[in-house]
Design a protein around this ligand. Structure first.
Ligand code: ITT
Length: 199
């Protein structure tokens, strides 16, 4: 029988990507919703690593199952790496992303070329019932666009332009985004750790 693993996220966009990326693992992957858990986790860490661990540990303690979590965000260099760990909360959790995205574009008015550099960061945490805990981290580098482009993905995808692909991450197919993205790469690293630590 395959191992049960809970993924501690309430973000539907993330979950869709995560399910696709982990689909080749021999596990029964359940979202918090599918596991019947509804909790509001206070993310009061000061780094992606701390917040990912807080989420994974909280849900592992509630379920007793191996739990994974994702803490991620957008770092804009010109804005001193804002919104960073506050990416979901930037301008308020319920503010639509077209408004958040416009705000970032507006704050970069007059800024050109490489000075528009930014990256998505993703940290994946895994916590086992016996207390073993691991994190992996990956990034994808890009430039903040001048307008929103693309309808795929979620969140800040329409403004993160990847020069090598001449596209924003919202213009990439899910397959391509998952191959090159912060989340795709951090989860690939985590797959290796999981395979070694199941037993
Ligand atoms: P959970 O904590 O429930 O997983 P969340 O959305 O609150 O969901 P985070 O605190 O990790 O998660 O915030 C991540 C935010 O960073 C996310 O809401 C997006 O705004 C942004 N983000 C992360 N990865 C992204 C991606 O691949 N594409 C676009 N935006 C992304």
């Amino acid at each position: 029988m395959s191992k049960k693993v809970i993924f501690a996220t309430g973000n539907a966009g993330k979950l869709e990507e995560i399910k696709m990326i982990l689909s080749d693992l021999d596990i029964e992957l359940l979202s918090m919703k599918e596991a019947g858990i509804e909790v509001d986790i206070v993310e009061d860490g000061t780094s992606f690593e701390e917040n990912a661990m807080i989420k994974a540990k909280t849900i592992m303690e509630l379920t007793g199952e191996i739990t994974l979590a994702d803490d991620s965000g957008l770092e804009v260099d010109y804005l001193n790496k804002e919104p960073g760990i506050y990416s979901a909360r930037y301008m308020g959790e319920n503010t639509p992303y077209n408004i958040k995205n416009k705000s970032i574009i507006d704050r970069l008015e007059g800024v050109e070329g490489q000075d528009r550099s930014a990256r998505f960061v993703c940290v994946i945490a895994a916590v086992f019932p016996d207390g073993r805990a691991f994190t992996t981290r990956a990034t994808i580098e890009g430039l903040i666009g001048y307008e929103e482009k693309g309808d795929n993905g979620f969140g800040y995808d329409p403004i993160v332009y990847i020069p090598e692909y001449n596209a924003t991450t919202a213009q990439l197919t899910a397959q391509i985004k998952n191959t090159i993205s912060h989340r795709g790469k951090a989860l690939e690293q985590m797959k290796e750790i999981l395979k070694k630590n199941y037993n």
